[in-house]
Design a protein around this ligand. Sequence first.
Ligand code: S3P
Length: 449
Amino acid sequence: MSGHGTPIPMTSQKCGPLKGTANVPGDKSISHRALILGAMAVGETKITGLLEGQDVLDTGRAMQALGAEVVRHGAGEWSVHGVGVGGFREPEQVIDCGNSGTGVRLIMGAVATHGFATTFTGDASLNKRPMGRVTDPLALFGAQAVGRSGERLPLTLVGTDTPTPVEYATPVPSAQVKSAVLLAGINAPGKTVVVEKEATRDHTERMLRGFGAEVVVEEVAEGHKITLTGQPELTPQEVAVPRDPSSAAFPVCAALIVEGSEILVPGVSQNTTRNGLYTTLVEMGADITFENPREEGGEPVADLRVRHSQLKGIEVPPERAASMIDEYPILSVVAAFAEGKTVMTGVKELRVKECDRIDAMARGLEACGVTVDETEDSMTVHGCGPDGVAGGATCATFIDHRIAMSFLVCGMASQEPISVDDGSPIATSFPVFEKLMRGLGAQISSQGD
Ligand code: S3P
């Protein structure tokens, strides 16, 4: 079964101004999808800028186990020789998705409409996360799942080779659930329909179109309706993965709270299903200029010039949650350095991420001297002002990369250093985090440095 490596304690301390350019790695969501759709097309898909984080590498290995050929040619340069729609073969071994909820849920969708069984597992974090949200709609196609209690991994999904197309309204705002249904729908005859109340990240829809599938998106009374025509011929593509706005959030937020900082973060997505954090930061008073707007890898992007700013607490509207769901941990750090309170509502999905992110941030921030109120669905951070966060604590990261990076950023501007018990999960999404942040002037050290 998947393990989780030796913990790597890390420490971050107050530093001088952050300066320079932060070239963050490729988008994690888009990287997973490029490998999976590449594996479902006939012929060679070429990918540049692929995120070489552990989560994505695990998805690449899974595609190989299902019969595709996945080859690395150089840094971020990969090719996938796909097997065509309906062409996956039964894997010989258990598919281990490590820490990745996106990996496992999307792959479950992709295999659900193939007539064989696949067993999935992951690390201690992933094996606690709910899979019923994906296996329920996949059952409508005819796939059957048997997992541990609460539909948790390890889990075996027996796919069907006589799928019926499905019309499904997602009960939670989740791009993973939407994508799992669409990926299953690729190998189902007829039209598969997903309706979501609030629009979640739309990379699957965009990339499906790019590979030649027919995808129609409409605004209807119930929300956002996506219709996919099944069993298309997917044509291999050249996919240029844009940079990850969720990774960009860490240097951006660090520059906002470290006095005297000014940095440039090129190529940050302005896709409205991903950019809620940036809207929120501007409302808090952040000095961010959006330069050189353009398109990269099919996504609207801009270069962000970010300067240290005096920030004020705000109420983040709940309807914005889906567009910044991965950014609440780092936003709660920024909120700690603002004047006044920041209220985040409609965020209960944070409780089922790599860890319970509301709880993890509240406990860690409290240990650093910040007052946090939480309810099942909300988190309120009482700002301490630019110099008011005490720090001086060791925060638990619960095998969660974003919790680890958030507290390391917090330590860059707190009075006393902040340590994390385990920074090793950072490698799942942002393997060059420490190097990149040090290059800007951060003082981060890992055990063993
Ligand atoms: C993702 C969707 C989100 C997000 C995750 C990536 C994706 O999860 O938190 O990091 O690539 O589809 P949910 O679908 O659970 O909201």
